[in-house]
Design a protein around this ligand. Structure first.
Ligand code: SF4
Length: 380
């Protein structure tokens, strides 16, 4: 029997979990081509000029798939609240239809109390195979979480120590490929064990090096998670001797925003905590991750990070609003702060120079604090 073909846009490593989900639902999964300059060029050509940069990547990615083959379904997350994310699915459908591509769109809206609609959407997605839904969701989330753990706990923390350039990245790619192909939970356990052992022996952490600093990156979710769109900021920081942390990940975003029923009801979600911390400066969420960026800056200072970087797309209303208050917030809580705006024209050389000067500033502040005996909490 012919299987339906499904695709979705890239956003960092989210494809690993989405592939696993659709494969269990009985689809032929078309993972889109990796995001490149060609993706944004294609998306910018067909998107309204003033539309958000992430939308242009998403649209470009869809067109790249559809130029090569027919697709029956497209999955897109929906959005609520005062920003343009809620338009992404509907607008890309309109543009693709004009270009002659007519796949069915499944726009998965965050439940936000409307559980009936959400359940119907998920049932459609699962071809009404009710029994398969929860096992497939758990399997997909397990893959996503392991990929994020390896990225955050191993790759992002060890670039600063690698004896051989890009060793941390090569290992990360190798293990993500193994996760992608794994078909049992036992295999995931084996991959986790192998990855932690191999990183430990190939790139050990040297705790005696006091030139290494800790920086957290925060901001708009797509730019935060998609390395091409943020000019590979994690790797560049790592190569400058920085252990990098990130305030969100694919699995955290999916759990917090879409699959909210998986969250522990008794535990405060990280975005809820960030909103609480932002309260002295902003009381009401204003779309996207804007208010959380403020709260995460406060938290980064409390946790003892040596600096915080906001990343955002050009013309992103929530992040621009956050940026207006962030220098004051960072000054008050005592953490070096810098903000990078990315668009389809962001150039490499200027970015590298600004990043280097921020890292040097953060290192200087750390050294001065050390001399004045300020207590700094070590970041795990
Ligand atoms: S958060 Fe910013 S970039 Fe994302 S949809 Fe909203 S306005 Fe656009």
């Amino acid at each position: 029997m012919k299987r339906d073909k499904v695709t979705f846009p890239h956003m960092g490593n989210i494809y690993v979990g989405l592939d696993a989900l659709f494969e269990r639902f009985g689809y032929d999964v078309i993972v889109p081509p990796k995001i490149t300059q060609d993706t944004i060029r294609t998306g910018s050509k067909h998107a309204p000029e003033g539309m958000c940069v992430p939308f242009k990547y998403v649209l470009g990615n869809f067109i790249q798939v559809m130029e090569k083959q027919d697709v029956d379904y497209v999955l897109m997350a929906g959005g609520i609240g005062p920003c343009r994310f809620g338009f992404y699915g509907h607008m890309s459908k309109l543009i693709l239809t004009k270009l002659g591509y007519t796949p069915k769109f499944i726009i998965l809206e965050p439940p936000a109390g409307r559980w009936f609609n959400f359940t119907i959407d998920v049932l459609k997605l699962a071809h009404w195979r009710i029994k398969d839904i929860m096992p497939a969701i758990h399997w997909s989330v397990a893959k996503m979480e392991l990929t994020d753990r390896l990225e955050e706990e191993l790759y992002m923390k060890r670039i600063a120590y690698e004896p051989q350039k890009r060793k941390a990245e090569k290992l990360y790619i190798k293990y993500v490929n193994r996760i992608f192909k794994a078909d049992t939970y036992e295999k995931l356990d084996e991959i986790k064990k192998d990855a932690f052992e191999e990183y430990e022996s190939a790139i050990p952490i040297d705790n005696d090096r006091d030139d290494i600093i800790d920086i957290e990156i925060t901001g708009e979710i797509f730019i935060l998670l998609e390395p091409f769109s943020n000019m590979d900021i994690v790797r560049k920081l790592g190569e400058m001797g920085v252990r990098v942390s990130r305030t969100s990940s694919s699995s955290k975003w999916i759990r917090d925003r879409i699959l909210t029923f998986l969250a522990d009801k008794n535990k405060e979600k990280s975005f809820e905590r960030a909103i609480r911390k932002a309260e002295p400066w902003m009381k009401v969420p204003f779309g996207g991750e804007g208010i959380e960026t403020i709260g995460h800056t406060v938290e980064a200072a409390e946790k003892g990070f040596d600096g915080i970087i906001q990343v955002m797309p050009f013309s992103c209303m929530p992040e621009v609003s956050a940026k207006d208050v962030l220098p004051d917030v960072a000054r008050e809580v005592g953490i070096p702060f810098y903000s990078f705006i990315f668009d389809e024209h962001t150039g490499g050389a200027g970015f590298q120079t600004r990043l280097e000067s921020f890292v040097e500033r953060a290192r200087d502040v750390k050294n001065k604090n050390r001399k004045s005996d300020r207590t700094v909490v070590t970041v795990a």
